[in-house]
Design a protein around this ligand. Sequence first.
Ligand SMILES: [Zn+2]
Length: 265
Amino acid sequence: MIQFQKNNITVFQSALYMTTSAIIQANETVIMTDPNWLPTEIEEIKGYINKIKGDKQLYIIYTHSDFDHIIGSGAFPEAKVIASKQFADNPNKEESIQKIKQFDQGYYLKRSYAPIYPTVDIVVSEDGYKLELDSLTMTFYQAPGHTNDGLFTVIEPYGLFLSGDYLSDIEFPFIFSSYKDYVNTIHTAENILLNHQITTHIPGHGTTTQNQQEIRKRVDGSKYYLEQLLHDNGELERYLSEEYSFFEGMKSIHNDNKKIAKENL
Ligand SMILES: [Zn+2]
């Protein structure tokens, strides 16, 4: 399952939707994002955590509340949870859990733990909030637009940018909550690249990269898409089918995006 490993950074990749779980080891701390998807995959991630953890404190950052990103939460009851205020205050917690149950029913999946909606220990309510942990500085930015409870994390001095369901190399923007917010969030991403020395980008779906040009391309790709969405005359679909290998499977989301963008303006 390991997609990327270098120094103290390990990124696991699920067989489903190239969803990632990043694990960062520090002296007294282990930090992980969104453990997911399948029961065997969660077990593998848990095995890895147990191997490296010792008496270090485990933290889990939830990038947002889509059910695929919280599906593994019940397997790590000892973890301290970091997420946005909107995530903690989500009025539809039960709905997320229902989606997990439906998914497991649909594929006859049994888990060794009960799915739960994470209880947030460290609630991020302010943009640019900094958390010093161990020898690390984590800076958080609100990232609404895909969902309203998204969170960007920068981890220094490692130069890591954890972007959740934004800036994927395999998905165009999925705008589930607000077009305007999405545009602003991409602007936030640009500012992150300006204000932090980012060396590694880990998206929630897709490939980890340390290539500066590729990181820039991901930001520009989202900007281009959001721009074009407003005056698409059919060109955009051709571009998307060339750019994204799984476009056929995502086409309906592109059509929904067009509607939400128009409604938003
Ligand atoms: Zn996702």
